[in-house]
Design a protein around this ligand. Sequence first.
Ligand code: AMP
Ligand code: MG
Length: 408
Amino acid sequence: MIPVDKALQIIVEKSDVIERTETVGLDSANGRILAEDIFSDIDIPPFNKSSMDGYAVISEDLTSLPAELDVIEEIPAGYFPTKRVIKGTASKIMTGAPVSEGADAVVMVENTEDLQGKVKILSKVKKGDNISIKGEDVKKGEKILSKGTKFRCQEISMLASTGNHKVKVLSRPKVSILATGTELVEPDRFPSFGQIRNSNSYSLFAQCQSAGANPEYLGISVDEEKDLMGKIKKGLDSDMLLISGGVSMGDYDFVPSILKEADVKIVFEKVAIKPGKPVLFGTKGKTLVFGMPGNPVSTMVIFELFVKPALKKMSGDTANCNFKGKARLNKDFKRKRAERQEYIPAAISCSGGKTTAIPVESHGSADMMSLTKANGLLMIPTGVDKINAGEICDVMWFSAADPSYMPA
Ligand code: AMP
Ligand code: MG
């Protein structure tokens, strides 16, 4: 049995960034990882641009106020000036239009009065006011984004502005998902006595999608060596194979022996963790294999702790993916044995700057219903057998998007 931290370290060491790339359009770039440096084909702004609706003027014309200037033309956005602004004149200009030659500032329309053919200017402007200078944000030819950047809306906006309407991104890791268990039926079936519905495949599918991976479903294998071998071999063609069930000590838990027979190098088979102790990790070439205990809560927790960091690394995503912090426990915690690091589904909330963790009531590691009320996990380290209500403990949120998320 190895400690959780050691298991995680081994997994991350064995996870390599996927080197395949693909080209995507801007409508599918969100969250993807850039596989090339990106340059601008233009200056931004591309011309000296008015940042206000108003009048393009010569600032020195406004030394005494109010000042009256002749309006020589009107420049809507999308048009360009045809007349030079000279002493005593102004051009009416809209936001986004090129500023006339001769003008060195724009007076916003709110500070003017239209006198039909003339304009009364009511406030002064300094040279350069309300003009965005050509190339002040980005110069033509400048590198605007580096390889490895994860696209958010702001990066996608810059891609669009610089004409990069298609971009090369890293391919998502392909993950095969295999459920094992003769008792399992798919969700569209009504289980007969002794059967249960397969839920892990679909929770894993969702977790893979959230982690930026590309899941592929291999179906259910019954607990028989031949069926398992066939499906496992297929899954080994992917970047990662996730197997739920069949890794414990039961007479029909064939997953470890079949993996060995399929030439998977088993790296570890037990971790000092609760839930999920019999978790198995192995490799075949660059393919990573996880065998997860089939109880739905165990499967989910093992994914969050071990599979997600591996997928993030394989995706080239360097952002933090385990959202850890501290919270005050709201009731006493006690346990008899303390040799495993324990993760307890919890509802974590934040109010008045204080973060509180409330363990959700649960009937054990099959009780997925309890997890619908949890937004994270309470972490009890090895060696700790009790925490009193009011004490600060370690927690991990499922998602950084959680409003109660407070980084450690
Ligand atoms: P196992 O790890 O195969 O011993 O399974 C442990 C428990 O999890 C058993 O009660 C199984 O019926 C249940 N289980 C296994 N696989 C799944 C699955 N895909 N969906 C829901 N429950 C499962
Ligand atoms: Mg089983």
